[in-house]
Design a protein around this ligand. Sequence first.
Ligand SMILES: [Zn+2]
Length: 463
Amino acid sequence: MTNKCEGLGVKRAAKAAVLIAAALAAVAPQSLAQRTQLKPGWNMFSPQQDIDVGKRASADAQKQLPSCNSPRVDEYLTELGRRLAAKLPTGGVQYPWEFHCVNYKGINAFALPGGYVFVNRGAIEIADNEAQLAGVMAHELSHVALRHGTNQATKAEMAQGVLGMAGAIFGDSSGGAMLTSLGTFAVGGVLLRYSRSAESQADVMGTQVLYDSGYDPRALSQFFEKLEAESRGKTPPEFFSDHPSPEHRVERVDEEIEKLGGVPVSARRDSPEFEGIKREVLALPVVKKGAPGGGGAASVAPPSGKFTSYEGKWFALKYPDNWGVSTDEAGGASFAPQGAVVQGGFGGSVAYGVLVGLQKAEGHPEDADALAKVTQQLIGGLQQSNPNMKVTRQSGRVRLNGQRGLSTYLSNDSPTGGKETDWLISVLRPEGLLYFLCVAPEAAYADYDKTFSTILDSVRFPR
Ligand SMILES: [Zn+2]
């Protein structure tokens, strides 16, 4: 009896094992063969350049964005992120992978080229479970592996030729570089401007990564559906300004899950660690946009009366010693107090400070007509990206380090809410139109006027 039963049991088990093996043989190669194969698009930059530019932009982002200041949360994001990255097809490239929690309630996450990932607390707070957070992170990691940032920059460079993208990002020894956006944030802006097809690719690869990491692969589209639902009738979350929703997002993800062989029964959705981290994040002090110190715009520290020196390629100046400076390789720079950059993401707007940029232009430095003309072009360009920007005081003549310049006052929407005053000083230099844009919220402008004047008085051009 006993023997027989045992015998039967063994036989049954063996038969079951054979059946499972057969099923695996039928399913596994098929699902591998069927999954969508994705590769990075054409790119004029090398993966090492992705890492170099990402590292620099990440250093800027860390200076400009308020940290959650929670080693536990950063560790958790790093552990989760690296686990996902291990399943990411990078074509053999070893990315350094860094993960940072940003103390912004706005629902956003972004990854700079080379693997520098920033996750807003808002994205952690809105996620229902670990799989959803893993979903948005897997989407971001896919942008890195598919090298979308520098691919977009490559396309922009090719399409327009005038952007000097390579120069703006990597420095231009010819000196002909031009900044198309303001200050150093040009870099973040360009690298994070994804197309809808890039979004769709990141969704598909992200779904594969989730699946391969043992998470419920539906979590990725669930997260985005949730975001869409939350934002109905409201301002869309910041996430969608960098990541435009592709057509048929959910259907495309579902299709990929089919190709992968469906949702595994054992798929992971949540973890006690996630719940603990979410509680910790919910308890963090709230930092209002534009004020990492907390408590709204007023908490940006007033400019110090002590000044420190900056010497760049095209100009030198003195700026308050409690401000920071960010430079870009094209020779532009921005000078701003802590917390002056607002907008949940990177590539954000400067609410307070001085932005210095260079735009390609020709004309003798003392040619008043040429200066007026290119200044008008600059203002036109600024108005394109800032539709509510208006000239409030027409250009007047000034001298900057003894050289002919134009002074123009503009009004614009402040990223802190309300209006801001922009004081623009432009001069023609041999290398192009050099401009200084002094920015402060209208209500606080009087407190900054004297500082701006002192900075501009200190400007020196190389002889
Ligand atoms: Zn995206």
